[in-house]
Design a protein around this ligand. Structure first.
Ligand code: ADP
Length: 686
């Protein structure tokens, strides 16, 4: 059963009695007193509008009352309803109840409403202030939790956030430079927003990996004891006295000035003369880490400076890759084959490399991938090149060139005995007592199994002999092996090169020249033949432009001096001439083959044999003068390697003969010449 009470009238108590169960009262009805009716209307309107403003108040009102209120009821009823449902303090309610004047009651209600409104406003502003004061990190925590929840909903694996947390710790706990930290945190945030397993997330992840794994602060301490440095350089390499001295000077100045603000070291020389291993040795001597970057075949700036991250599978350039491998900011960084860069491509990679090598710029090296500037100023760069001329000029400018010359036979013997043999013995797990390779056999190897400026081939031969020895010891139960000539023939096959006996027969139209290529000095056979034709000149054998010009000059010289040389001036009208330089794989260029070409031509056309024990070098002018050439040392060594002991050289090159090592110089007769007629007199066997 449900009982509803509803107030019908307002009443005042006159008297009352309490009989224990029930209180009875005598009352007097208090009728509503109406004041000004216009004022009453205005007040009603006001109450209704205020009430609608404070919308949440209506929650306390039963819906049917709300309906009544908005559809319009009498002012008196309105005040009564309000007093009943509106939350007010009891004394206020009592006061409204006691007031018979309707307008007065409405004014009291409005005051109450207004008070409520004010309270609301204050409360809101307090809420706002409190919200503002919620700590940023709390907010972040909150958001992260939310994110985690969302990711879980989406079925993303949970270790993702662990990974991000770990990254965050790595960033915060290590002394990265501030700009790197900022960047890393920014990228980390991006990473967290990306769905796990998406392509973008993995791109972002590997970027973070690079950014955090490249060394920014890790550094090794240099060995500053220069005596010890020199000792290590001597330990690692035989000879090279001048080179080591230059390196010592360089390191000393570096130590004195406390900066690396000097030109970069560049070791130039033929393959196998120890450029790479010397750079390694510098690193060992200084107690620095060693890394190597090869520029052979680099065509694109991006290989040095990296690809922008927008490319799929983009990576930092080789410089930054090298630094990551080194793991410290001050390694010895070998840039190999810096001349191959110039040969393949002219434009941009050289520019990028300039930025790497230039001490003015490399403190803020920019890699496209990494984006943050990287400091290379503590790196000790060492470059290598085979051929000085092939290094782009602006780069050459920044380099301190140190030339490593070819080795003589004596040098090679020493290197073999003191370095290569012990090294190969160790590499192949032998004991020194188990392998004997004597000087005589070493020389035999040098002369008949190698023809090189350096010692690479020689090292390979020794290595191969060591391996055969290991096999012999294990298979045939031998205790030790002493290498003999017979054993070399058996193990390495028959002799590859002849020595000394080369072209022992004087021939027509065949002349030995001397060349200086990126492989060091070499001998070069020029052959000339002619046949009936119309005066055409055919050149074969991979010749450079300058060499082709030399051939034309040779032909013109012969034409101009035909009578004097005993050649029919009409010869070229009805003959073609073919000049060939065999062993076409190596590009040959330079003017110094002039005398060789001319001599071969004259020999062929006059049918006069050329002395076979002779080699020559020199540039020829149209008028037949012989001009000086470069690389006399290398050329002499090449001649010596091939067993040639008589060389025609331009007279002006006599002063360079001093540079040729004594042991080679003493075996060679240098014949200085000034013009072609002298050359021909010396060379042709008339
Ligand atoms: P490059 O870089 O000039 O082509 P490498 O440094 O690779 O030559 O040298 C080839 C090999 O010859 C290495 O094993 C090196 O140790 C050895 N070598 C070269 N020169 C010497 C030397 N003067 N003393 C000892 N070993 C040498």
């Amino acid at each position: 059963m449900r009982v509803t009470f509803s107030g019908l009238e307002r009443a005042g108590i006159r008297s009352w009695q309490d009989n224990g169960d029930l209180i009875m009262a005598e009352v007097q009805i208090l009728p509503d007193v109406h004041g000004d009716s216009i004022e009453e209307m205005a007040l009603v309107k006001r109450i209704v509008s205020e009430f609608q403003h404070i919308s949440h108040l209506s929650q306390n009102f039963p819906p049917e009352v709300l309906n009544q209120l908005t559809s319009g009821i009498s002012a008196a009823a309105l005040t009564n309803q309000f007093a009943q449902y509106f939350q007010m303090d009891i004394p206020v309610k009592q006061k409204i109840l006691e007031t018979t004047d309707v307008n007065e009651r409405m004014i009291q209600i409005i005051a109450e409403l207004e008070k409520q409104q004010k309270l609301n406003e204050i409360e809101n502003s307090i809420n706002d202030k409190v919200k503002e004061h919620i700590d940023e990190s709390q907010k972040e925590y909150f958001l992260r939790e939310k994110l985690r929840a969302i990711k879980e909903e989406l079925g993303d694996t949970t270790n993702f956030t662990d990974d991000a947390d770990q990254l965050r710790q790595t960033i915060e706990n290590n002394p990265y430079p501030q700009h790197v930290k900022d960047k890393a945190l920014e990228e980390l945030q991006r990473y967290e927003m990306l769905p796990q397993g998406s392509g973008e997330a993995s791109v972002e992840r590997s970027y973070l990996d690079w950014l955090l794994k490249v060394p920014w602060y890790q550094e090794t301490e240099d060995n500053e004891d220069l005596k010890r440095v020199r000792q290590i350089l001597d330990e690692d390499h035989y000879g090279l006295t001048k080179v080591k001295e230059r390196i010592m000077e360089y390191l000393a100045v570096k130590q004195m000035t406390g900066t690396l603000n000097a030109p970069i070291l560049c070791l130039v020389g033929p393959p196998g003369v120890g450029k790479t291993s010397l750079a390694k040795s510098i690193a060992r001597a200084l107690d620095r880490k060693f890394v190597k970057m090869s520029l052979g075949g680099v065509k694109d700036e991006a290989e040095i400076r990296g690809h922008r991250r927008t490319y799929l599978g983009s990576m930092p350039g080789r410089v930054i890759q090298g630094m990551k491998k080194a793991g410290v900011i001050n390694p010895v960084f070998l840039i190999d084959e810096i001349d191959k860069l110039g040969a393949d491509y002219k434009g941009d990679p050289a520019d990028a490399l300039l930025e790497v090598l230039d001490p003015e710029q490399n403190a803020v090296f920019s890699d496209h991938y990494l984006e943050e500037p990287y400091d290379l100023s503590k790196v000790l760069f060492v470059c290598t090149a085979n051929y000085l001329e092939n290094i782009p000029a602006p780069l050459q400018d920044r380099l301190e060139i140190i030339e490593l010359p070819s080795y003589t036979e004596v040098d090679k013997e020493h290197i073999a005995i003191e370095h290569l043999i012990p090294k190969q013995i160790a590499v192949n797990g032998l004991k020194p007592a188990q392998f004997h390779l004597r000087q005589k056999e070493i020389l035999y190897l040098i002369r008949h199994y190698t023809r090189e400026s350096g010692v690479r081939q020689l090292e390979r031969c020794i290595g191969s002999l060591c391996r055969k020895t290991v096999l012999a010891i294990l298979n045939d139960g031998k205790k030790s092996v002493t290498v003999t000539k017979k054993l070399i023939n058996q193990w390495l096959g028959k002799e590859i090169y002849e020595y000394g006996t080369k072209e022992s027969k004087n021939q027509v139209g065949v002349v030995t020249g001397l060349a200086y290529t990126s492989f060091g000095g070499d001998i070069l056979q020029v052959e000339v033949n002619y046949f009936e034709g119309h005066g055409k000149l055919v050149l074969t054998g991979k010749l450079g432009d300058v060499m082709k010009e030399s051939a034309e000059i040779a032909v013109d010289y012969v034409k101009a001096h035909a009578r004097e040389l005993g050649i029919d001036p009409a010869f070229f009208d009805n003959h073609d001439v073919h000049i060939h330089v065999p062993e076409g794989a190596v590009p040959k260029d330079g003017p110094s083959a002039g005398v060789t070409l001319t001599t071969a031509l004259v020999s062929a056309l006059t049918n006069t044999p050329v002395r076979a024990d002779l080699a020559m070098t020199g540039e020829v002018t149209l008028r037949g003068n012989v001009l000086p050439i470069g690389g006399l040392r290398e050329k002499s060594l090449a001649a010596n390697r091939s067993g040639i002991n008589r060389i025609l050289i331009p007279k002006n090159n006599l002063r360079d003969v001093d540079e040729v090592p004594e042991e080679v110089r003493s075996q060679i007769t240098y014949v200085p010449v000034e013009n072609m007629s002298q050359v021909l007199r010396e060379a042709l066997t008339r």
